[in-house]
Design a protein around this ligand. Structure first.
Ligand code: NAP
Ligand code: ZN
Length: 358
């Protein structure tokens, strides 16, 4: 690398973990220089997704092994502070977002249809990934700057405090996409399993789409919150009588649970032609009996975040409907505490790190 190129690299301050049991520590590194199609974002807020915890602790070791040092974070919002010569989508001062991936091949069926997250060559995830050269590691949003190709950044239409917008970039799109895919709307009964970061967005979005929403939760103390978030009903999922009363009554159920659990009790709540989408990724697999799908012509599907066009659509939908995440803003020295509380299902309903002071 020439001295000139070196000096254009962007000095960045982040917070990294160096192993499954390690604590987060300040970590200084450089972002690439701003290329013709790139923007530099000064990060203001980054949400803490349970996927950060699964990866930081290497809980997905078989499917998505951890590489360290790891700077997690894929719910990023900030302000554009520099643009490359060819950039047309953003101007300096704009608010921009970054979600779970920052590049893809651009040529496969997934990429050309706007579903870049399913890129056949493997999309470049925002952290714990590699650039499309398949060598250069990516570092995420627990940091103060990010350089990204404008085509993979999102436009955020907002004024005032941005903290409640950051979680839309993962929790928002991950719940919006399956709700749209199964055409959730007025007259439909929708269940949301697990009232955490994703779950609370699922409740808000399904309500904004006009559905009747029931929260399935393991936490009795969340009932009042569920109703305040817009849920019509709240059910304790470990109450067999309450679950039995809901048999065959839902059009759609979204499962956001991060830990090991049974799917059958929820499948049995689906009515004729009902669909359940799993988005939660517990470390261990689960089993179902085929009969739970065969009876009632039911569908069980999965869903991974959303592509760039749909993520932009979701952000615009949220701006139109006034939907933001309920957040608890923390300083970067409280990441461990936030992880511990999230694992204990004690997040109300998304921790967001204030990166402005990093
Ligand atoms: P979160 O904030 O921790 O919420 C998960 C919720 O699951 C908890 O609040 C809790 O809700 C419930 N839960 C936790 N342990 C449980 C258990 N043992 N049994 C039953 N319910 C339990 O997590 P999140 O950030 O929303 O993420 C949820 C999952 O989605 C994670 O596995 C994450 O990796 C995954 N994810 C997937 C995608 C995708 O694209 N598919 C994107 C982002 C995240 P209650 O207290 O209400 O029971
Ligand atoms: Zn996430």
């Amino acid at each position: 690398m020439t001295v000139a190129a070196e000096t254009k690299a962007i000095a960045t301050k982040g917070f990294a973990t160096h192993g499954p049991e390690a604590k987060f520590e300040p970590f200084e590194f450089t972002r690439r220089e701003v290329g013709a199609n790139d923007i530099l974002i000064d990060i203001e807020y980054c949400g803490i997704c349970h996927s950060d915890i699964h990866q930081a602790k290497n809980e997905w070791k078989d499917s998505m092994p951890a590489t360290y040092p790891m700077v997690p974070g894929h719910e990023i919002v900030g302000r554009v502070s520099q643009v490359g010569d060819a950039v047309t989508k953003f101007a300096v001062g704009d608010i921009a977002g970054i979600g779970c991936f920052i590049d893809s091949c651009g040529e496969c069926a997934g990429c050309t249809s706007g579903h870049e997250q399913y890129c056949i060559k493997g999309a470049t995830f925002t952290y714990n990934g590699v650039e499309m050269d398949k060598v250069t590691p990516t570092y995420g949003g627990y940091s103060n700057k990010y350089v990204i190709d404008q085509d993979y950044a999102l436009k955020v239409n907002a004024t005032g405090d941005l903290s409640g917008l950051a979680p839309l970039l993962c929790a928002g799109i991950t719940t919006y996409s399956p709700l749209k895919r199964f055409k959730v709307g007025p007259g439909q009964k929708v269940g949301v399993v697990g009232l955490g970061g994703l779950g609370h967005m699922g409740v808000k979005l399904a309500k904004a789409m006009g559905a009747e929403v029931t929260v399935f939760s393991t936490s009795p103390g969340k009932e009042a919150d569920a109703k305040a978030l817009g849920a019509d009903n709240f059910v304790l999922s470990h109450d067999p009588e309450a679950m039995a009363a809901l048999a065959s009554s839902f059009n759609f159920i979204l499962d956001t649970v991060s830990a090991q659990h049974e799917l059958m009790p929820y499948l049995n709540c689906l009515g004729l032609n009902g669909a359940m989408v799993v988005v939660g990724v517990p470390p261990e697999p689960t089993t179902i009996h085929q009969m739970a799908l065969i009876m009632g012509n039911r569908i069980l599907a999965g869903s991974l975040i959303g592509g760039i066009p749909e993520t932009q659509e979701m952000l615009d939908f949220c701006a139109e409907h006034g939907v933001t995440a309920d957040v608890e803003v923390i300083s970067p020295d409280r990441i461990e505490e936030a992880y511990d509380r999230t694992v204990k299902s004690d997040v109300r309903y998304r921790f967001v790190i204030d990166m402005k002071t990093a």
